[in-house]
Design a protein around this ligand. Structure first.
Ligand SMILES: NC(=O)c1ccc[n+]([C@@H]2O[C@H](COP(=O)([O-])OP(=O)(O)OC[C@H]3O[C@@H](n4cnc5c(N)ncnc54)[C@H](OP(=O)(O)O)[C@@H]3O)[C@@H](O)[C@H]2O)c1
Ligand SMILES: [Zn+2]
Length: 367
């Protein structure tokens, strides 16, 4: 084993612990990343732990270092993301690291934020600290895939979800779709929503299903509910207009439709420069979203995939048979004419939810 591999292997167990700590705040830190940290004293005994629990709250490393106090001197900080070196809502963590007296910092991945990106590591190395990088790099990259994607692409990570019958339909020919999936599957969707910053549907789903789109109390605040519409021909009495339950945003391209005036006061309205899924997500990134859940029908879902706005797919497969040739299927036109053009999803997981199946896949399209 080479010296550098050996050096990394020593820290795997502690980095795993730091990643577990980071995951405690999944869905709560946007636009910030998930970060976990632990501090070991000179003898390698755990003396401090911390994780970033929300935007504007203390950073993981500074929490763990405060907990360790003077025991950090000569010790090691293990952290899932490169410590920041700029003033944001809190002072730079590199200052706290240097003041703590640790002699070594072990890091999983560099921060992709251009204000940090390697600079934090340089500051620590230039101050004479030993810095080990790349420990459990793959796991840490996966854990922060939405943050990394948003920083690099300027729009949030997209998950598209649909519930489908065994014969591949997402609604009856008359549009009725409640419910194709079972209770366990619907509860798993509430849980998934609670890990997302926004849930998006199109006008068609609003008119057909009048959905509530909340986590049923699993997340506080509830994710932002977004309706994407061109016509603005939306019902006056939708459940989404009650914004005491959760915030709602109606997004539409620039048009002169006067029907906007009919809507109740609760929802926020945004006029997009371009009426495209990509532009919608750019606006949601500015509203601090790292991860969004598309719960729309086939028209919007296909556009979102074509524009690179979907990175993961959750398919709930139910053993029901719906039939009906005009019944909607999950996706509309994707424009392929040859089998070697089609998208090939990569399996992430496969789970039984009572008599339903939950299939999670990665869509290989990062435009
Ligand atoms: N089983 C499931 O998991 C599931 C999930 C969702 C929906 N569904 C079913 O799917 C059916 C609805 O399908 P759908 O395709 O009509 O729903 P949809 O994709 O949610 O809505 C389509 C609508 O989205 C808006 N839209 C699409 N592209 C747009 C763009 N570029 N800019 C602005 N607005 C845009 C338009 O709204 P306007 O018409 O208002 O302009 C369009 O008519 C319903 O029967 C529903 O029950 C099933
Ligand atoms: Zn920091």
């Amino acid at each position: 084993m080479s010296k550098s591999i050996d050096q990394k292997a020593r820290w795997i167990e502690w980095m795993d612990r730091a990643l577990q700590l980071a995951s405690l705040a999944e869905g709560e830190t946007s636009p910030n990343p998930l970060v976990g940290a632990i501090v070991l004293d000179k003898a390698g005994v755990l003396v401090g732990e911390g994780f970033h629990s929300g935007f504007g709250k203390a950073h993981a490393e500074s929490q763990a270092l405060v907990q360790a106090g003077i025991k950090a001197r000569g010790g090691t900080l293990v952290v899932t993301l490169e410590p920041c070196c700029h003033f944001g809502k809190t002072p730079p963590c590199t200052d706290a690291v240097l003041q703590s007296g640790v002699q070594r910092v072990v890091i999983a991945i560099e921060d992709p934020d251009p204000r940090v990106s390697g600079k934090g590591i340089s500051i620590l190395r230039n101050a004479g600290l030993e810095v080990v990088t790349g420990v459990l790099e793959e796991q840490a990259t996966f854990q922060n895939r939405d943050f990394i994607f948003r920083v690099k692409n300027g729009r949030p990570w997209g998950i598209l979800k649909w519930a489908m019958s065994l014969d591949g339909r997402i609604a009856l020919p008359n549009g009725v779709s409640q419910w194709i999936s079972n209770t366990e599957a619907r509860e798993s969707v509430y849980h998934l929503r609670s890990k997302c910053d926004a849930v998006i549907i199109g006008g068609g789903t609003l008119r057909n299903d009048n959905p509530l789109l909340t986590t049923r109390g699993l997340a506080n605040p509830e994710p932002l509910r977004v309706v994407f519409t061109q016509k603005l021909d939306l019902p006056a009495d939708s459940q989404l207009w009650d914004t005491t339950v959760a915030r709602t945003l109606v997004a539409s391209g620039i048009n002169n439709n006067k029907s906007m005036k009919r809507f109740p006061a609760g929802p926020e309205f945004v006029q997009l420069e371009r009426s495209t899924p990509k532009n919608l997500l750019e606006v949601l990134a500015q509203k601090n979203c790292n991860r969004v859940l598309w719960e729309c029908g086939p028209l919007l879902a296909s556009q979102a995939i074509q524009e690179g706005c979907v990175q993961e797919l959750l398919v709930i497969l139910s053993p029901k048979l719906l039939g009906g040739e005009p019944a909607r299927t999950p996706l509309a036109e994707l424009g392929f004419t040859r089998m070697d053009e089609v998208l090939l999803a990569k399996r992430i997981s496969f789970e039984n939810l009572g008599d339903n199946w939950a299939i999670k896949v990665r869509i290989p399209m990062d435009k």
